[in-house]
Design a protein around this ligand. Sequence first.
Ligand code: SF4
Length: 354
Amino acid sequence: MKQLHARYPFLQAAREAVETADVDFASVVRREDAVVDRAFDRVEAALDGGAVGDPHRRTRVELLSYPVARVLVSLVDEHVLTRKYARAEARTAHDRFSAERADSGLKSSSREPLTLGTLLAEFDLSASVRETQEGYAVEVGTYLDLAAGLRDDEWRLVHRSLRSGEVPVSESELLVLVREAVRKRVVDGLPLSVPDPIAEELSAEAERLRERLADLDLTHDIDTVVPDLFPPCMAALLDQVQRGAHLEHHSRFAIASFLTSIGMSTDEIVDLFQVNPGFGEEATRYQVDHIRGDTSATEYTPPACATMQSYGDCVNMDDRCETISHPLSYYGDALEDADEDELVDWRETDTSES
Ligand code: SF4
């Protein structure tokens, strides 16, 4: 087992090193407390600080703690933990690689280096990324795939230049895209199916993580209005409403029922819609009250993804869409995954008072 594998345990070579060593994980979790402790630290640090903590000084412990941490995350099996853990592993790899790359030009190191070329090859990106005079160019399909989980507007294709089917990026941007590839690999296959003897050995650690999760209260009430976290379909419909576009009845019903379902009052929805001076306030009030059940016998819920798709209202699908079957599930998961500083309720901003 090499130090390189311990530093980047998601590499295929690291996995093969563990397989070659013929590690018996039931025995590891029973006898090697240092591995279990470090695995627990990895996950706990992911919850606390967004990275996976300081590496253990022993290569074997550090490397084996990665698969054991994945087992712990699988035993807890909470979506928010899985997301935070994968993000933390990816962020740690990104920070480590960036630091090593910066250092490599300044001083010699006894460490076996991980080159950018090796990293790109690891994720089958060699053919879709090429170096240019200004930085790098990423084939557009690959770019869209990797940037899909990045929320900042700067990553949206409309804000990028596109040249001959390629998106130019700087080196630091390329490393963020590779970080996304790492995150996807870490999350891939989770939750694992854990054999009973291993689950029993790790039951105390899994329980402690469940308690940490409960303490942190990372599950947010869906009664929070953060338009930036809306599913793509609802963001697109809201955008159309606010631009004054004419919406078919099913589309108008979808956005209005979504907004009522996340706890918005009729007045708040009218406020949100009336950015467009041409909108019909009375019609909106009537429709929203009807959906809410105030003027009808039924309280309506928004359509599921399958219905949205059949009406052509499902647009701009992203990675999260692959994991849910209802726009409300999308939004609930997005709220859970968001950092605290992203969770500013639209109703608490000045815009809602203007
Ligand atoms: S998959 Fe569902 S949540 Fe995603 S855009 Fe389509 S309808 Fe909306």
